[in-house]
Design a protein around this ligand. Structure first.
Ligand SMILES: Nc1ncnc2c1ncn2[C@@H]1O[C@H](COP(=O)(O)OP(=O)(O)OP(=O)(O)O)[C@@H](O)[C@H]1O
Length: 231
């Protein structure tokens, strides 16, 4: 399980996270919601090691992650699908997937077949450049690339952003499959309420750098939760 305990995060003098605590258990989908700019991406940057925290602890299973570089967190099983996907446009689909090899032992440096079962389009486009794919295909590629690192927890930042509805459904099914078949933990940041309501086992809502609500997905429909989500 991933445990984030009471973390603070600053950008210069501005504080983006204030005493944030969340848990993301194995075999569960944990969703963090909130309006623009409330700190959701900062929370994921803290978990993946792209931004330093100024207080608190982050642990995954028995390992303390604080102070570890992103590369070493990947070795501990943290797989990241960043906002905006960050596909290498000039590399082929296959080469993009192979960039996931870095943190895995030599014997595991192959592309697991599961990735092509989840996203068959990737197999047919292996030789195409990443930049030629549609937004939805790039999102599938970004998830595939994270899966190449053999994660124990998959961390996704707004995977539905700018994606057409049919591919959103495919991505939702893939996330459920990964939870149910591999028992990995999923930590998902989203603004798309219906996607979270359908998928999440547990939800957190952030507002101005703090966790202001937590509960099962059904609690998203309470007036108290809605108040933190409406603009
Ligand atoms: N590199 C940075 N330098 C300074 N301030 C930043 C930086 N990144 C984010 N912030 C500020 O920190 C706060 C939280 O931003 P963050 O991106 O974590 O929010 P978010 O909830 O993910 O928003 P969005 O949904 O728009 O991605 C915002 O006020 C933002 O302006």
């Amino acid at each position: 399980m991933l445990t984030v305990d009471n973390i603070n995060l600053h950008y210069g003098a501005a504080q983006a996270l204030r005493g944030v605590s969340i848990m993301a258990p194995m075999g569960k989908i944990t969703c963090v919601l909130g309006r623009n700019g409330v700190g959701k991406t900062s929370l994921l940057r803290a978990v993946t090691g792209q931004a330093a925290t100024s207080a608190g602890t982050i642990t995954f299973n028995d390992a303390t992650l604080n102070g570890l570089a992103p590369y070493n967190r990947a070795k501990h099983g943290i797989g990241f699908v960043p906002q905006g996907r960050e596909i290498f446009p000039l590399l082929t689909v296959k080469e993009n997937l192979e960039t996931g090899y870095a943190p895995v032992p030599r014997k595991d440096r192959y592309i697991p077949d599961d990735i092509f079962s989840l996203f068959p389009i990737l197999r047919t486009m292996l030789g195409r450049r990443g930049g030629d794919l549609s937004g939805g295909q790039q999102q599938q590629l970004a998830i595939g690339r994270a899966l190449v690192t053999r994660p124990k927890i998959l961390v996704l930042d707004e995977p539905t952003e700018g994606i057409q509805p049919s591919i959103i459904k495919d991505i939702g099914r893939a996330i459920q499959y990964l939870r149910d078949s591999t028992g990995m933990a999923i930590l998902l940041v989203e603004q798309y309420l219906d996607f979270c309501r359908e998928l999440a086992d547990h939800v957190y809502i952030m507002d101005r750098g703090e966790i202001v609500h937590e509960g099962p997905a059904e609690t998203l429909d309470t007036p108290e939760a809605r108040r933190h989500l409406t603009v």
